[in-house]
Design a binder for this molecule. Sequence first.
Ligand SMILES: [Zn+2]
Length: 384
Amino acid sequence: MTTNVPYGYKKNPDDPQKWIIDEEAARIVKKIFALCMEGKGPSQIAAQLEAEQILNPTAYKQREGRKTPHQTPENEYRWHESTVAYILEYMEYTGCTVNFKTYTNSIWDKKQRDNPMENRKVFYDTHPAIISLEVFDKVQEIRQQRHRRTATGKSNMFSGLVFCNDCKQKLYYSTTSYFEKRQDFFICSTHRANKDKCSGHYIRAVVLEKEVWKHIQKVISVVTRYEAYFRSEMEQKLRVQSEETMRIHKKRLAQAEKRIAELDRLFIRIYEDNVAGRLDDERFAMMSKNYTQEQKDLKAEVKSLQQEIDEQERQAENLEQFIQRVKKNSDLTELTPYALRELVKAVYVEAPDKSSGKRKQKIHICYDLIGYIPVDVLLKAEQA
Ligand SMILES: [Zn+2]
């Protein structure tokens, strides 16, 4: 369907309908995704590519003697933020083809509109992948969090990943250009807006990093040394958890589906009442509006419940994937932003406990794909 082959691919000389990987450009695409995983935003990535004198896609295609709809750029190394953002969201890099990305409303309104993802058609494995689906999904997650950079322009690898254990809102990264890095801290965003609504949950960035890194090192140690043991213990833990969540989700799902059907019947009834003159038009309009809204909300809820149930059913797969990710990071000597994003989904920070006279503060690490890992229990049980 596309006549222009996207940056990162080239036409297969034996079959011009097919794309093959263009190694040189694909290396840049991979680099862009890796930089995003490290926590860099599109404008920072664009600036880095320019500094490294990497040809932008238009200049690159022209050098290769390929057709491009764009004019020769003034500066061949100038990367636009929007180009980088486009690449980061381009699902075709995972080896699939996405159709019906835009649609027009009617034959009179020719304006192209973005079609929501659920209305698009995706064909998998239509060409070789440059980016794994796993990395692609992670990058979309990171982009959605769009962690704000502070006024000083500094950002921290934990930005967007840390939450308040009480109000469950994000912890806000705070830094100034005067202090040294040791002084940077995270603070509950609810507290920041209104001091009465939640306590500070203040934690210094270096302390957070040290604690999380310590925990990750233990996880790496258990997984690499006692993989089979880790697998069976986590399988059991996930099964118990999952049975409970599945039970709740399925019950709620059944309720929602029942109510949707009931609303259909109610709607027919008020319609008949309206036609028969038992219900005036104004009331009918109001009631039908309410029913429609309720049904719409319920349908959205059913969809998300179904997704969560599907997710639970994939837990064995998720556990394997997590183990592979840990093993891939087994030689890590310090915590990198990339590894952090790969392994950790969220960190919850408790309010400090000063009852002993010392400031003690607990954090809970929710790992990607599998949630909490009782690593100290696992280590103790294995060593006993
Ligand atoms: Zn809070």
